[in-house]
Design a protein around this ligand. Structure first.
Ligand code: NAP
Length: 260
């Protein structure tokens, strides 16, 4: 099975991914800032599943720490799977969000995901195998008055991952883009919007979300929406996106912009 790297494994989706992949027999490399949580999880999973767990305690918002993790991943040829799951969110209007928080979202949600993908792709291409899972969000294609920065970062994840999928077409490398909707994790407290104020019927259990993502992976999906039941909605959106792109290639101003 090789080694699965999971960023943001100290809570939420990442912690459940770690458990599910340990159960499947992967050795694990777990990344997050909270060492105590990673240590407890590593001990539990090693004891329960007899796998090897290595923790990389790192603040991925900091260039120097991110580079250390990237260097570790570049040199670890046992890696067969990377889940770029670490993410952070502050949900507030842009003018009420500090520049520090804005940059933190960009650094963790965009820069870390991009540089860690960069770190494993060369060895995946060399071996012509490997799996990359990038966790975006339904807010990557939809902005709320409080999500301009977060949605912008997840929009990057969507287009970056789609671009990578085009790059590896024809190889045996699999890249899965995941767009979860509301899921019951700590990110809501972190964001400043407690789960208790949301419509409770819209909230998915963390375990259900992870199991749906892995079911999608097992089915060979490139694009997984864990909570979207109607496949037609996904297909119609993808189709419209492609048609709009094709419709833009006219080389002429649209008629409505030409003075008569
Ligand atoms: N929950 C939802 O409703 C939802 C919906 C759509 C998408 N998502 C996405 O799902 C992914 C997982 O989030 P979650 O919902 O499971 O939230 P979570 O429980 O808050 O987990 C986030 C993880 O990211 C890590 N992280 C945050 N900042 C970090 C930093 N600077 N350096 C290193 N690690 C950092 C956290 O670890 P430390 O704090 O220990 O560093 C934690 O392990 C995120 O990408 C999120 O955007 C979530």
């Amino acid at each position: 099975m090789g080694t699965a790297v999971i960023t943001g494994a100290s809570s939420g989706l990442g912690e459940v991914f770690a458990e599910r992949l340990a159960k499947r027999g992967y050795d694990l490399k777990l990344v997050a800032r909270r060492k105590d949580r990673l240590d407890l999880l590593a001990e539990k999973l090693e004891n329960q599943y007899g796998i090897k767990v290595t923790n990389l305690v790192s603040d991925l918002s900091l260039d120097t720490e991110l580079e250390k993790v990237a260097e570790d991943l570049r040199n670890d040829k046992s890696i067969t799977l990377l889940i770029n799951n670490a993410g952070t969110s502050t949900l507030n209007s842009v003018t009420k969000t500090s520049v520090v928080k804005q940059k933190e979202m960009v650094n963790v949600n965009i820069t870390a995901l991009m540089l860690l993908s960069n770190a494993v792709l060369p060895q995946f291409l060399e071996k012509n195998e490997g799996t990359l899972i990038n966790i975006a969000s339904v807010l990557g294609f939809y902005s709320l008055p409080v999500s301009a920065i977060y949605s912008g970062t997840k929009g990057f994840v969507i287009q970056y991952t789609k671009g990578l999928q085009e790059e590896v077409k024809g190889t045996d490398i699999h890249i899965q883009l995941v767009n979860p909707a509301t899921t019951a994790t700590e990110i809501w407290e972190v964001s400043g919007v407690p789960l208790s104020v949301l419509e409770q019927s819209t909230i998915m259990k963390t375990e259900d979300c992870v199991d749906a993502v892995l079911a999608g992976l097992d089915q060979g999906e490139l694009l997984t929406y864990p909570s979207v039941n109607d496949q037609n909605l996904i297909d119609t959106y993808e189709d419209a996106r492609i048609k709009l792109m094709q419709g833009s290639q006219t080389g002429q101003p649209a008629e409505r912009y030409i003075k008569s």
